[in-house]
Design a protein around this ligand. Structure first.
Ligand code: SF4
Length: 310
């Protein structure tokens, strides 16, 4: 991977509400240049709200600041001006953003025009691994995997600084997931673009992400390098996710809400008296933070084999 150096995106104190419902609360994270930052959690944890806020899409209301390369990033696309191009998004369902009446060539030509990309459609296709034979095809004629590859090529038309990928492979057949992940890895390597990579699938996250944050009911409960967090989780929720991924690839049930105190208390096998007070994030090793009252080393070992560099 390219050298990871300096902060590209800084999110501070992001809170978002839909009416009275709090979707994310006080989320802070920093994504470095050239880094893939994974955001993990089950559905309803607030992952997509964080993604949409960063991408400038409607995401509820609330405080919090976004900075891209040190400069404030407006919360809505309409107010981002020239910075609109710098953050691109790849969605779970490519169908939602591909015009069915258009040919692939038209989609890519338009992306080059609107995102300020250089070179021809053929050059964009070559650098994003689009089969030139597909350029004349209508988007409706493509498979799900091909559509997602076109959506990725389109996101890279203007060489973005950050690409927000929201569950980019979870709607695809398992047989084509690896190819799409390899394409994303290759684009990062080629361009040094940073990714916020959102997934409920720990195996997918461990393939791409350098660091990871775990969201539970709108709050970060653990964050650190992917290798440290997934191989030695310190929060009981991360531990349960890792154990579930290792033993049976299913997601955990949604659980019930708890009033006050630790939000995981109703599901936590390690809950004790102190858990009636909500824990703060604390650093256990440099860069590895956890929101839990348990002492380090209190959890049984549950390592998920994490893909490390070959
Ligand atoms: Fe479990 Fe208590 Fe830690 Fe919450 S603070 S995760 S209830 S041990």
């Amino acid at each position: 991977p390219p050298e990871i150096d300096g902060v590209r995106l800084e999110v501070s104190g992001l809170t978002r509400k839909y009416g009275r419902q709090v979707a994310v609360e006080d989320v802070s994270l920093a994504i470095r240049r050239g880094e893939v930052f994974g955001l993990v959690g089950e559905s309803g944890s607030g992952k997509t709200t964080v993604a949409r806020a960063i991408a400038g899409l409607p995401s509820g209301v609330g405080p919090g600041s976004l900075r891209l390369d040190g400069s404030p990033l407006a919360p809505s696309l309409a107010r981002r001006g020239g910075a609109r191009r710098r953050v691109q998004m790849v969605f779970q369902q490519p169908d939602a953003t591909l015009n069915p009446a258009q040919r692939v060539r038209t989609v890519l030509a338009r992306a080059l025009r609107t995102l300020g990309g250089r070179g021809s459609v053929e050059e964009l296709a070559a650098r994003t691994q689009v089969d030139p034979g597909l350029l004349q095809a209508r988007t409706t004629a493509l498979s799900g995997g091909q559509k997602q590859r076109i959506a990725i090529a389109r996101a890279f038309a203007g060489e973005p600084d950050l690409v927000v990928c929201d569950e980019p492979v979870s709607a695809l057949d398992v047989s084509v997931q690896a190819g799409v992940l390899e394409l994303l890895a290759a684009q990062r390597e080629r361009s040094g673009t940073s990714y916020l990579f959102i997934s409920h699938d720990l195996a997918v996250v461990s393939y791409l992400a350098d660091r990871v944050a775990v969201l539970y009911r709108g709050r970060i409960v653990e964050s650190g390098t992917t290798a440290e967090v997934l191989a030695g989780p310190h929060h009981p929720y991360t531990h349960a996710l890792v154990t579930a991924a290792r033993d049976r690839p299913t997601t955990l049930s949604a659980g019930t809400a708890s009033a006050g105190g630790c939000r995981f208390v109703a599901r936590c096998a390690f809950a004790h008296d102190r858990c009636a007070d909500e824990p703060a994030l604390r650093e256990i090793t440099p860069g590895h933070v956890v929101r839990c009252h348990l002492a380090s080393g209190a959890l049984p070992s549950a390592p998920l084999s994490v893909r490390t560099e070959e």
